[in-house]
Design a binder for this molecule. Structure first.
Ligand SMILES: C[S@@+](CC[C@H](N)C(=O)[O-])C[C@H]1O[C@@H](n2cnc3c(N)ncnc32)[C@H](O)[C@@H]1O
Length: 260
């Protein structure tokens, strides 16, 4: 992957290459589960059905696959071809090792989920769990997902809820709190590279009406939208959020879209 990419792609690629070693254990854990669990709170697919039970005969892609357990689950559910795209070579090294270890056949592409080197209409199902869904510019990756899908194909994604970004202290201190630190309508690009706690990369999120407008403009029909709730309380911070916070307010959002 060259550096001829938008700056956030280069920043995020370097961030993930540097930090990939911290994700090996959780990736291995997720690959070894009996059924998929999603997101910060490990919610099972029965409660948060990012994946349908059956993907037999369908071509699938994961945008920002990381350690690729989402891709593994698509293969295990019968998908004919599963492609995982990720900007981080280090993450893909873990993904390749786990795929070999579990005997799952995946096609892994080192690249930008906003510009995937596949023809139009290549897949029937696209997934992103905290991949492109938070690390890519929605105005680039959502149209790219639409381009990759065949008519009637589905895009399902999980990521950070806009409310969790609005209540994040501007200096990146954790945990998020109950103050509105930034404007809801200003939400777009969130640069955490200089965060005082756990500096990160550059994320993106839109206000809910902004996501809706984008889906409409691109040509996606919204089939479902959910705000997964953390079922327990507690003060142990996970990804800048406490369970107590996420039990009272939505920390995550999930969208089910269909290409019209
Ligand atoms: C939290 S992981 C999510 C993937 C998977 N669910 C997991 O937890 O292993 C985020 C991934 O997004 C990838 N990513 C960030 N920007 C990307 C881009 N522009 N294109 C493709 N992947 C990207 C990172 O390299 C990282 O592996």
């Amino acid at each position: 992957m060259s550096d001829a990419h938008p700056d956030h792609v280069v920043v995020n690629r370097d961030h993930w290459d540097t930090n990939a070693h911290e994700w090996v254990a959780s990736g291995a854990h997720n690959w070894a589960l009996d059924t998929p669990e999603w997101g910060i709170w490990g919610i099972g697919n029965a409660e948060l059905p990012l994946l349908p039970e059956e993907l037999s005969g369908l071509d699938a892609i994961e945008l920002g696959c990381g350690t690729a357990y989402g891709s593994a689950w698509m293969a295990r559910r019968g998908a004919r071809r599963v492609v995982g795209v990720d900007a981080s070579a280090e993450q893909l090294t873990t993904a390749t090792r786990l795929a070999d270890q579990h005997g799952v056949d995946l096609e892994l592409i080192h690249g930008d989920a906003q510009a995937v080197p596949l023809p139009d209409g290549s897949v029937d199902f696209a997934l992103s769990e905290y991949g492109a869904s938070i690390w890519c510019d929605p105005y680039r990756w959502v149209p790219e997902a639409w381009r990759l899908l065949r008519p009637g194909g589905r895009l399902v994604f999980l990521g950070t809820h806009p409310l969790a970004h609005v209540t994040a202290p501007l200096d990146g201190a954790v945990p998020i709190d109950t103050t509105l630190h930034r404007g809801w309508f200003d939400l777009y690009r969130l640069d955490w590279t200089d965060a005082v706690d756990d500096p990160g990369g550059i994320e993106f999120c839109l206000p809910t009406s902004g996501w809706m407008a984008l889906f409409h403009e691109v040509g996606f029909v919204v089939e479902d939208y959910r705000e997964p709730r953390c079922s327990v309380t507690g003060e142990e911070v996970r990804f800048a959020v406490t369970p107590t916070w996420a039990n009272r307010w939505p920390s995550e959002q999930a969208w089910w879209l269909r290409k019209a």
